[in-house]
Design a protein around this ligand. Structure first.
Ligand code: 26Y
Length: 801
């Protein structure tokens, strides 16, 4: 029998209480009588952090002792949300912490809610990176997450200006970040600009400017505290913090200038996730964190090994989209210029270390940098990129693609050529990657593209977010499903049992009552908790088609008014999400939704059956509140545009039914739950492509659909803009004209699917049965399964536990 060390025994609440009091006194400098909510939250955080140290050290030592290969997950974004509840849960302290905190006179939930939501990401890509960190630690995969310690995460959203999105700076680091350890010894000088002196085979790059990248480490503990990895975020600082001469002359602004300039690099997360802006600062951010990470990786390797040809057997670097694509050239530069490796060998060595995950096919989101900018900011890297391009051309004389084209550096092509594996994030997306953006490169490098369908961590998204459902699962199939999520299939026999279905329905009902209370408290809107909660939460994009949803809402409202006695299924339409500050059309859609909500919610004749709510500032914490209380999950993107989606998985797992297109991972969700438990509508990806060949496809669809025509006309007549007929001109003209995202062509199909939803809602017990089947059959979407796929197919790493 394995001996359980004292450290891994569950700590009881008395011991935890002692630890909290110790931190209150010695870390916060307070006694209990004077402790604020913040003091208590920090003391609890530090007490829990103490418990993570042992598995963290143990994991580090074990990896070192085994000389194991490590994964380095490079990502511009980590959308973590709150950490405290998750960490408490993972180390098995939930009850003890609850008891200890209550015993000290504080409300546990209030203490947890005091933690700021770390929004170091925009949406899906950043949240995926956070789920991956959890799974890599749960599986005992030795790994580091590398990113940027943004001072300001994603902006805060309000609707202060008559329902228009207003952005304000987010400020999560105003308070001390209780989880992190500052590592001044892990600092690197990162240069920009300057000149290159060729020196035979190698070159000497003399940068013009430089900043210091300083490491900040957060331990990420896995399920049951068996393993912990490190999230290492880089903060930018000036090499010389202060210009004393200027200060002494009384010019305080000039004195602080070097520090201010350097710090801009890690100051703020770019909030644009579709339109590549080509901003110099973003390029500098990308190089800053990538170069610091590569240097850290090489330093760790060199401390253990002497022969760089062995790098690929110890190092797997994953590029989360093209944002860290400079990793390839930077690694080649280090191997050639700093270690004297032969160029082609260096390229081979780097390639054997690198993997690239593609998250989008949308041309406007595929990064391209002007050659001029790249040459100015990273002159040596530009030379290396050109040489990589040349040698690729030489190896494939008949190729038609190149990395540098029309004065631009195409980061997707660079990433593909420098990676040994390229992956898409759902089955459909991977096939489209092969057939469209990378068709040529796929033909030159068959087998390089693989699929790794996304997943989500069940610890945060079921266990933490939906404790009631988690208890029912444990009561039904026994403990241990949290890291064996495929075991959810064991629920299926119980679904035939009426008692189980009643419990399942009761849990959903209670979650909905909690949400209704919150909506009432927070927004002052009373919603009927017995109504269907119909939820669309995600970033605002035309391809995600929130406007399809709101058009259907308008049409439904009209239909209800025309036939008030028709026994409508009562609905609460819930929206959540932010738009990129410069994305005019997305912001117009947000504004329209708020105005439609205002008008519909004021209609006393439809009040009992239709309400629209749009709480501002959607974030990870809000998702944790909304998803367990949802009945219907809106996954209605234009087919071929949503690479995967991950919210869709969270909804299914929590027992919501999906209305959706055949797009991204919806396809795999439908395959798993069965077509009879999924409300499918709309054109397929290839039908969309066909449809666009008819130039007036939108006009035809509007002509064929009275409901759609009437809904658009209502908007145009000013029904939601106090009679202003111009307010939504941009939106309605786009729908009538170009309608690239085929909202009009899919409208009737969507309407019909919604009426099938209504009909299904009429049989509540059968709805519950379908919802429970969704939970039982979607365990495959655990990010543990995804990470096992990466470990086997891409990283070639075996788990340490
Ligand atoms: C370069 C800049 C314009 C940019 C910044 C952020 C481009 C893209 C992004 C973020 C993309 C993103 O979040 N993509 C989403 O990735 C998820 C995880 O794979 C997918 O589920 C989702 O379909 C995809 O839109």
């Amino acid at each position: 029998p394995t001996k359980i060390s004292k450290e891994t025994l569950p700590m009881d609440s008395t011991e935890l209480r002692q630890s909290i009091l110790k931190h209150l006194e010695f870390s916060m400098g307070k006694d209990l009588v004077h402790a604020s909510l913040y003091d208590m939250r920090m003391a609890l955080t530090l007490a829990v952090r103490d418990r993570v140290i042992e598995p963290w050290f143990r994991a580090t030592r074990a990896t070192y002792a085994a000389q194991s290969k490590r994964v380095y997950y490079l990502s511009m974004e980590f959308l973590i949300g709150r950490l405290l509840e998750d960490a408490i849960m993972n180390v098995g302290l939930t009850e003890a912490a609850h008891e200890a905190v209550a015993g000290l006179g504080f409300d546990f939930e209030t203490v947890l809610a005091d933690e700021p939501d770390a929004a170091l990401g925009n949406g899906g890509l950043g949240r995926l990176a956070a789920c991956f960190l959890d799974s890599m630690s749960t599986l005992g995969c030795p790994a580091y997450g590398y990113g940027i310690r943004y001072e300001h995460g994603l902006f805060r959203q309000s609707f202060a200006q008559d329902g228009r999105q207003v952005e304000t700076a987010e400020d999560w680091l105003r308070q001390a970040h209780g989880w992190e350890f500052e590592r001044p010894e892990a600092s690197f000088r990162i240069g920009f600009g300057g000149s290159v002196a060729e020196n035979g085979r190698t070159a000497i790059w003399t940068p013009e400017d430089a900043v210091l990248a300083k490491a900040y480490d957060t331990p990420i503990v896995g399920w049951q505290g068996k393993w912990a990895n490190t999230l290492r975020l880089w903060g930018a600082e000036a090499l010389t913090a202060f210009d004393l001469a200027a200060f002494n002359k009384g010019d305080f602004t000039a004195a602080a200038a070097p520090e201010a300039l350097a710090r801009t690099i890690s100051r703020v997360l770019y909030p644009d996730d579709t339109t590549e802006q080509g901003k110099e600062l973003r390029l500098k951010q990308e190089f800053f964190f990538t170069a610091a990470s590569i240097r850290d990786i090489l330093r760790r390797f060199n401390a253990e090994h002497s022969d760089l040809s062995g790098l690929p057997s110890r190092v797997a670097i994953q590029m989360n989209d093209t944002h860290p694509a400079i990793a390839g050239p930077e690694l080649v530069r280090a191997l050639v210029d700093e270690s004297g490796m032969e160029f082609d060998t260096a390229v081979e060595t780097a390639r054997a270390c690198l993997g690239y995950t593609n998250h989008t096919l949308m041309p406007e989101a595929l990064e391209r940098w002007p050659e001029e900018l790249m040459s100015r900011v990273l002159p040596r890297h530009m030379q290396i990129i050109e040489r990589i391009d040349e040698s690729h051309a030489k190896a494939h004389p008949k190729r038609n693609v190149s990395i540098v084209e029309n004065g631009e550096v195409k980061m997707g092509e660079l990433s593909f050529i420098m990676a040994n594996k390229v992956n898409g994030v759902s089955a459909l997306h991977t096939e489209l990657v092969k057939d469209t953006v990378f068709a040529e490169l796929n033909a030159l490098h068959p087998g390089r593209i693989v699929n790794e369908t996304n997943g989500v961590t069940p610890r945060r998204w079921i266990k933490g977010a939906n404790p009631r459902l988690s208890s029912l699962i444990t009561d039904t199939i026994g403990a241990g499903w949290e890291d064996r999520l495929e075991r959810l299939v064991e629920l299926e026999p119980a679904i035939a049992d009426k008692g189980f279905r009643n419990q399942f329905a009761e849990i959903k009902a209670r979650n909905k009552r909690d949400l209704a209370d919150w909506i009432e408290r927070d927004m002052g809107i009373a919603v009927n908790p017995a109504a269907m909660f119909d939820v669309q939460i995600k970033r605002f994009h035309e391809y995600k088609r929130q406007h399809l949803n709101i058009l259907e809402t308008i049409a439904l409202w009209q239909e209800i008014r025309a036939n008030p006695g028709a026994g409508w299924a009562p609905r609460v339409k819930i929206f959540g999400g932010k738009a990129a500050p410069g994305y005019v059309m997305a912001k117009e859609i947000i504004h329209l939704i708020n105005n439609v909500a205002r008008v519909i919610n004021a209609d006393t004749t439809t009040r009992d059956v239709l309400t629209v709510v749009y709480p501002p500032n959607y974030n990870v914490t809000m998702a944790e509140r909304l998803i367990p209380a949802s009945d219907l999950s809106e996954q209605i993107s234009t087919a071929g545009k949503e690479a995967s989606g991950t919210g869709n998985m969270k909804f299914s797992l929590n027992g919501a039914l999906t209305i959706g297109t055949l797009d991204g991972a919806n396809v795999e969700i439908r395959d798993l739950v069965g077509p009879e438990n999924f409300f499918l509508f709309g054109m397929t990806a290839s039908e969309v492509v066909e449809c666009r060949k008819t130039p007036d496809h939108a006009a035809r669809a509007i002509k064929a659909s009275n409901r759609l025509g009437a809904a658009i006309e209502m908007i145009e007549a000013g029904a939601f803009s106090n009679g202003d007929t111009e307010m939504y001109h941009g939106l309605t003209q786009n729908l009538r004209g170009h309608d690239y995202f085929t909202v009009c062509a899919d409208f009737d199909s969507y309407w019909d699917a919604q009426r099938r939803v209504d009909a299904a809602w009429g049989d509540q017990d059968n709805w519950t049965r379908m919802a429970a089947i969704n939970t039982a059959r979607t365990g495959w979407f655990s990010s543990d399964r995804t990470i096992q796929g990466y470990m086997a197919d891409v990283w070639k790493i075996t788990p340490m536990i």
